[in-house]
Design a protein around this ligand. Sequence first.
Ligand SMILES: Cc1cc2nc3c(=O)[nH]c(=O)nc-3n(C[C@H](O)[C@H](O)[C@H](O)COP(=O)(O)O)c2cc1C
Ligand code: SF4
Length: 790
Amino acid sequence: MFPDSRGASPSMMAEIAHYALELWHEHRIPIILSTLFVLSLLRIYLHSTQQREDLRVLPKAYEKLSQNGSAGAVEKPKVVVKDDDSEGSESPRTGNEKRGAKQGPRRIKGDISKKGRGSADSGGDERKIQVLVFYSSLTASTEKVTQTFTQELAASLGCTTEEKPDSKFLPPRVLDLAEIDLDEYFITPPKPETEQTDLFYLFIIPSYNIDSINDTFLEHLQETHHDFRIDTSPLAPILGYSVFGLGDREGWPTEEEGFCVQAKEADKWMAKLSGRKRAYPLGMGDWKRDGKERLLEWTTGLTEVLRQLEQTGALGEGVPGSGDPLESDDEEEAEDDGEVVVEEVSVSKGTKGRSPGSLEDVEDIGRIMELSQADGSGKTSMAPLAVDFTTEGKPAAKKAATVTVKEMVPKSSPTYAALTKQGYSIVGSHSGVKICRWTKSALRGRGSCYKYSFYGINSHQCMESTPSLSCSNKCVFCWRHGTNPVGTTWRWVVDPPQLIFDGVKENHYKKIKMMRGVPGVRAERFAEAMRVRHCALSLVGEPIFYPHINEFLGMLHGERISSFLVCNAQHPDQLAALQHVTQLYVSIDASNRESLRRIDRPLHRDFWERFQRCLDILRERRFRQRTVFRLTLVKGFNIEDEAEGYADLVERGLPCFVEVKGVTYCGTSTSSNAGLTMANVPFYQEVCDFVVALEKALLKRGLQYGIAAEHAHSCCILLASERFRVDGKWHTLIDYDKFFQLLEEKGPDGDFTPEDYMGPPTPEWATWGNGGFDPRDQRVDRRGRPIEAA
Ligand SMILES: Cc1cc2nc3c(=O)[nH]c(=O)nc-3n(C[C@H](O)[C@H](O)[C@H](O)COP(=O)(O)O)c2cc1C
Ligand code: SF4
């Protein structure tokens, strides 16, 4: 017992204090924890016994509205929401609030009401239905199918061209998945123009076993589904959806082997995201065989469902396979549980039957490179599954998921067959080489390409190749749509640079040798052609996409082969890391964002920002690299009224040269499918007019450029910076020996300028106004008959 403090002596008081302090020091943690525990218990007790007040905020706001007289605009309350079950108090929810609720976050907990929001008892008689038809297309057949289908659907729903007051349906809208912002439509439904509109999604999706926008789209759906920040069924507000797939039974005979595999995937993810609102079962057809009949069946069934929706506001009982009320089990695959599994898998050589897992990115390129080098072939190797630990909420690997590191263009693929048919030699698994028509023409003394006139390149000593057949654009004028693999990131096996270098040379020489017996080939040119002097890295695809582009360039330069590298201004990081090339091109296919989207059809969503960053990099590099803007003019796309816009871009990038070229029409079905006809090819005079307008626009901005040279034969004109005019003469030619000498002295990152390897004056015959045809050669017409000079 402690003595009463009132009667205690000071020494005793000090002793007590000391004892209490010691006690506190020894037991302070349990004391604090016990106190906190007791306080928490007290708080829980008080909270559970306290009388709660009604939630009055919404009703009061409503009453206020009514008193102000604006309640007339508010619908009569129809939906009753219980704020608190224990009290049984009901607060009426107004029409406006109902709409407000629709916009806010909404968690779907299993049951989906069979009544659509357009149903009679939800007071939605005035509500409209907007059908959105999404499609994707590489070789344009799906685009055509979609347009026709949409017109026919509109006709049968009675909403052909414009909104009719008596039709519930607004004219359907067609949307290209490659052109829309996926976030806008597939995280939550977009806000319709009027609040009284409900959306219905339709999809016509072809399948591709190569990278395409379909992969981006499916990945987007998958990521939205797995994103913990997004509701489980964020697309539940749509009225319904249905998918029709186009495929090819010849190459992919069964569904297991990949027939319409991506349509199936789209259907599966849409079922999850929409809370199983599949309005009509997945349709599938092979356009070469039964596509038309299957599409008709699907359209007929779908129209019936839409009619039902119009009349009742609900999807109805559904036909077998439709999403409501029950789904098959295969859509209920195990959810990610955050467990990361790293496993070794073998590289698949085949391409058929791609699995959903193929959507995962493989980013560990260095590792893949090592492994692919291990056996020297770069073809089949064991590769680890790359794991991304950085993305919150997106587990990097599914339980037991297997990721296959594919070859970009495997020998067994249709892409390989299509490219080789077009005359490409495929080297390794992602590189190509082809003899261009100017090489053949120069061998026969029938003229060289504009690069001879402008820069002194002998076409018969030029090798056109690429270390990456893949590209991140789908330009309308690209002649190989449907055959080139597309993608935004490198996700394939990486071949070693030496393999590519040796392979492209070997195949190039093989093709040159085949010209030996061709009539008209000149012996001296043939001999010269057996020594490649130049490499145009511009064949197809995007060369700087190749992760070892600098090493590859080093090999070219090591054999004194000059490098003209063309990139599509979509990979700023790679561009920034690029070492010396003899001439560095950036394709400038449009002068503004919209036009660029229309022409290049880029896969990157931030394509314009990437494009502009590339221009900034070029500007920084202009005293180290010989930089060129390459403009390809397509009538009806990027010529009209765009000179000023291009001048702005030149002002931003300040390239050494601007090459302006009219598009070449190749007359294939792919180019016409992409919407190009001969009418899109500008006449030479139109290209001249454009260049004159551009020069004027540049001078107006105080930019010192002039028209230096032309090559009328290939519809190409060169504007050059005054940096390359010496004593009143243009010097657009290149001193290649000097370039290699500088490179050898100063290294691939060495400090030397384009002026340091500027060549002799541009030959008179190539300057502006003189046509630019090589006087050593004989011009011929299409049939090879000599054309006399004018
Ligand atoms: C490169 C390429 C890959 C293809 N891969 C598949 C496939 O894996 N499964 C399939 O069923 N059809 C495949 N097809 C066939 C297309 O889906 C079919 O031809 C479709 O109609 C093409 O539509 P589009 O040209 O409008 O883009 C492929 C076609 C191409 C060109
Ligand atoms: S950037 Fe070149 S290779 Fe790529 S799509 Fe355009 S034209 Fe074709």
